[in-house]
Design a protein around this ligand. Structure first.
Ligand code: ADP
Ligand code: MG
Length: 302
């Protein structure tokens, strides 16, 4: 928030009091939401593009820490496609895609692991821990968290989530820590695979019986017609998403989010949200104010 400094020139005591009243009003408005969500698990998929801007990334960290401090159980799941591509190029390897999916040979898998665990995961964990000792980084390889099966031999080590063992997350949450998960999975032989972070977030939310699944991305929400700002869908349900998919309204990038939302909602998650991660404090706005932002998806329309 960019409220003027208390001692900004030209501002009198009256203005400052008004400001203080407004702030108190905002905090009071948050009270019923804090009560509602206390003790609830919220899985947040943090997008590769939404985390590009360091200033917004810092606000994201504040929001997640605040959620933790008011008694929620936030779980952060992140991707890092652009960061993998960047590291590949720096190492002199040109990425190759088939139907929008990265062809992942053994060397690419090594690079993906370095980018996701060595860089992206560390950056998110460190920014959360600027505020205290809150976050703990994990990979889907840890303690059997993400079990995968190979998707297609042409793609190499690209895995689909086959089973989630949430036990390690439940332990971390009991310690009141925020798990930050890089979406690398393993198959039955222990081979590492790159996993789509949207799909992993949905599967983790279902396994944790999460209250909410949130996708922070780089658009305002789900559009009926991509490119037409006025067609933003503020509220829909599983049937609505299925219609959008069957009518071909959902394009690349949004497809795995929509599919995983449907899956998670059908497996016990109460609500899903697609929010604009570029908006400062998108999470606080959605959870603690009357002004919802983005698209909210319920199981069925009321
Ligand atoms: P992220 O890093 O968050 O996963 P992606 O680029 O993979 O970001 O996915 C978000 C993108 O999905 C948007 O930028 C948009 O171009 C695309 N998209 C496709 N269809 C839709 C739709 N119907 N509504 C909103 N976004 C859509
Ligand atoms: Mg994506």
């Amino acid at each position: 928030m960019s409220a003027a400094a208390p001692d900004a020139p030209g501002r009198g005591a009256g203005d400052r009091l008004l400001d203080a009243h407004r702030k108190a009003g905002i905090l009071a408005e948050a009270l019923p939401y804090i009560r509602e969500f206390s003790g609830k698990t919220v899985v947040i998929k943090y997008g590769g593009h939404a985390m590009d801007d360091p200033a917004t990334a810092e606000l994201f960290a504040q929001d997640v820490v605040l959620m933790r401090l008011v008694g929620m159980n936030p779980v952060v799941v992140h991707g890092g496609g652009p960061q993998i591509t960047d590291l590949m190029r720096r190492l002199g390897k040109e990425p190759e895609f088939v139907d929008g999916l990265r062809v992942t040979d053994a060397e690419t898998m090594d690079i993906a692991r370095m980018a996701l665990m060595g860089k992206v995961n560390r950056d998110i964990v460190t920014s959360l821990n600027q505020h205290g000792s809150y976050a703990m980084g994990l990979s889907g390889e840890d303690a059997g968290l993400l079990r995968v099966v190979a998707r297609d031999p042409r793609l190499g080590f690209v895995g689909d989530v086959h089973r989630v063992d949430p036990a390690v997350l439940e332990r971390v949450l009991r310690e009141e820590l925020v798990p930050v998960i890089a979406t690398i999975g393993v198959d039955d032989t222990g081979q590492a695979y790159n996993v789509n972070a949207d799909a992993a977030a949905g599967a983790i939310a279902a396994a944790l019986d999460a209250e909410k699944l949130v996708y922070l991305t780089d658009v305002s929400g789900i559009y009926e017609e991509l490119g037409d700002e006025s067609s933003l869908i503020s509220e829909t349900d599983v049937a609505g998403l299925q219609r959008l998919l069957s009518e071909g309204k959902v394009g690349e990038g949004m497809i795995p989010k929509v599919r995983s939302c449907i899956d998670a909602l059908e497996h016990g998650v109460h609500r899903a949200h697609v929010l604009d991660g570029r908006v400062p404090h998108a999470l606080l706005l959605e959870f603690f104010t009357r002004e919802g932002v983005g698209t909210v998806i319920d199981r069925t329309a009321e």
